[in-house]
Design a binder for this molecule. Structure first.
Ligand code: UTP
Length: 297
């Protein structure tokens, strides 16, 4: 029987250079979409999938991220005094049970594979999820929950997959899958950041994974891959020949790459328009902007 997935690793130790100068002092994961930091979207998704232990792989300069999960008694009593119950509820929804969060340090940004490996002692011998908070996914059923349900059938390793334009393959891990139907596709090969001509398909791996503990053993070697970094994809690829193999999961939902400026802005517009209290005013403003832009062209 497949073990239940109750632990998730959130690698947040990257330098976030694409958002400089903001990331000089603000961790990328604290940047907000409308009014919620990226990390809160990731936590909410993990909770919906049944995750109970949240392991953050952090680095120097990320203390704002650690503080974010602390209780805020002063703010709480002020909101209570002022009768601002809705805001109080919002505040309390960010609280996490004692002992549910652990922080591990990655001392050097040696790559995503290395960041995940830093959590090996907390993972032990269980399957675990990995969530990259800069991939934000809007979905009716949260993406990780879709994957956890599919993983009950497949076991082994599972990576979230989506089709990308051919010219974008060099930004992703790309899958070679067996032909077939269904959302869980059996993987027979994985390549990290291939040039379009070398890519086995246009099915890209994005930031949601369910991994078997064997992946940690593969990471023990500290082998460097594409870009001189210790790549998670390379360690997962070693499980393709394993007893339960690797599956690519074609999730339902819209993914925003909030690690890039264009993706972050697109997500801001999409999440802004999805808010009832903002929809009319913000939608009207966008329409006017587009009209002005078209008239000027
Ligand atoms: P990115 O490739 O987006 O790198 O990492 P980055 O440093 O965050 O951002 P840029 O490219 O400089 O703008 C993908 C995920 O892997 C984590 C990042 O925090 C992010 O969640 N990561 C990456 C680590 O935790 N450690 C690493 O050594 C590398």
């Amino acid at each position: 029987m497949t073990k239940r997935v109750t632990k998730a690793v959130f690698p947040v130790a990257g330098l976030g250079t694409r958002f400089l100068p903001a990331t000089k002092s603000v961790p990328k994961e604290i940047m907000t979409l409308v009014d919620k930091p990226l990390i809160q979207y990731a936590i909410d998704e993990a909770r919906a999938a049944g995750i109970e232990e949240f392991i953050f792989v952090t680095a120097r300069g990320k203390s704002a991220l650690e503080d974010y999960f602390d209780h805020a008694p002063e703010l709480e009593s002020r909101l209570e005094e002022d009768g601002k119950h809705k805001l109080l509820e919002t505040l309390k929804s960010t609280y996490m049970p004692s002992g549910a969060i652990a922080y591990i340090r990655q001392h050097q940004a040696l790559g995503l594979g290395h960041a995940v490996w830093c959590a090996r002692h907390l993972i032990g011998d269980e399957p675990f999820a990995v969530i990259l908070p800069d991939d934000v996914i809007a979905a009716e059923k949260p993406c990780l929950q879709q994957m956890v349900e599919a993983h009950r059938e497949t076991g082994g390793c599972m990576v979230a997959a989506m089709e990308v334009p051919n010219e974008r393959t060099k930004s992703y891990g790309v899958l070679d899958v067996e032909p077939g139907h269904g959302d869980a596709m059996k993987v027979r090969g994985m390549v990290e950041k291939p040039e379009p001509a070398d890519a086995p398909s246009n099915l890209a791996v994005i930031g949601r994974y369910i991994l078997s503990p064997e992946v940690m053993r593969h990471l023990d070697s500290g082998e460097k891959g594409a870009g001189g970094e210790i790549q998670l994809t390379d360690a997962i690829a070693k499980e393709i020949a394993g007893p339960r193999g690797v599956h690519g999961y074609r999730f339902s939902g819209e993914r925003y790459d909030c690690g890039s400026k264009a993706g972050f802005l697109q997500a801001t517009v999409a999440f802004g328009l999805a808010r009832e209290e903002l929809r009319d005013e913000f939608g009207q403003y966008l329409q006017e902007m587009v009209a002005v832009r078209n008239a000027a062209q």
